[in-house]
Design a protein around this ligand. Structure first.
Ligand SMILES: Nc1ncnc2c1[nH]c(=O)n2[C@H]1C[C@H](O)[C@@H](COP(=O)(O)OP(=O)(O)OP(=O)(O)O)O1
Length: 185
């Protein structure tokens, strides 16, 4: 895998976790209604605005996209994911990942996301960005581990498939991908 390129645009994502295990723990996800990733299942999140920290952006985006008030102090920082699109560089970003179990208010559908609570054990990863299946199950399995995720993924010319990652064992000698999805939470 080649060296990472220079700094990328920063975005954030926040996984809001139900704090009761009724029918298993659930996470609030939404189907994107517009823009980049239209139709994909994502956590509330988006671009950092000038002068904003990633945590401040997560608080703002959760309110804008899901109508929920969360406190910065309740955010669990989970690390960062870097995804690179060599064939569409404008899509390359670094995403700061958070979770929280605390919120105020009721979920409000926004013009960005069609929202639903999804059992953590039953997330349809095939509906998410392709990188998610490699890191999200581990992160959601133990958000309190204190071990931050720090991964890098490279997408193929099809702009949909991960072909390489920072973990060398994921990629075979012929340049093809041997990446295996992480175990589900
Ligand atoms: N490849 C990949 N993997 C994981 N997550 C993502 C991607 N690409 C992405 O865009 N995303 C995530 C990052 C963000 O959480 C959202 C995209 O946010 P976006 O809607 O572009 O940002 P906003 O600031 O909310 O949008 P605008 O209001 O500026 O249109 O998906």
């Amino acid at each position: 895998m080649t060296e990472p390129a220079a700094a990328l645009p920063e975005v954030c994502v926040c996984y809001i976790l139900s704090d009761t295990p009724t029918n298993g723990y659930r996470v609030l996800l939404g189907t994107k209604k517009k823009g980049l990733g239209l139709g994909k299942l994502v956590g509330p999140g988006g671009k950092l605005e000038p002068g904003e920290t990633a945590a401040q952006a997560a608080v703002r985006e959760v309110f804008e996209e899901a109508g929920l008030r969360i406190n910065e102090a309740d955010l669990i920082p989970l690390g960062r994911i870097r995804y690179e699109f060599p064939h569409r560089t404008a899509w390359s970003q670094v995403s700061w990942v958070f979770a929280t179990r605390s919120w105020q208010g009721d979920v409000v559908e926004s013009d960005e996301l069609l929202l639903d609570w999804v059992p953590v054990a039953d997330i349809p990863f095939e509906r998410m960005w392709d990188d998610a299946k490699f890191w999200l199950p581990g992160v959601l399995a133990d958000p309190d581990s204190g071990v931050p995720v720090d991964r890098r993924f490279v997408f193929a010319p099809d702009l949909a498939t991960v072909v390489a990652s920072d973990q060398d064992e994921d990629v075979d000698a012929g340049g093809g991908s041997r990446i295996r999805p992480a175990a589900r939470a």
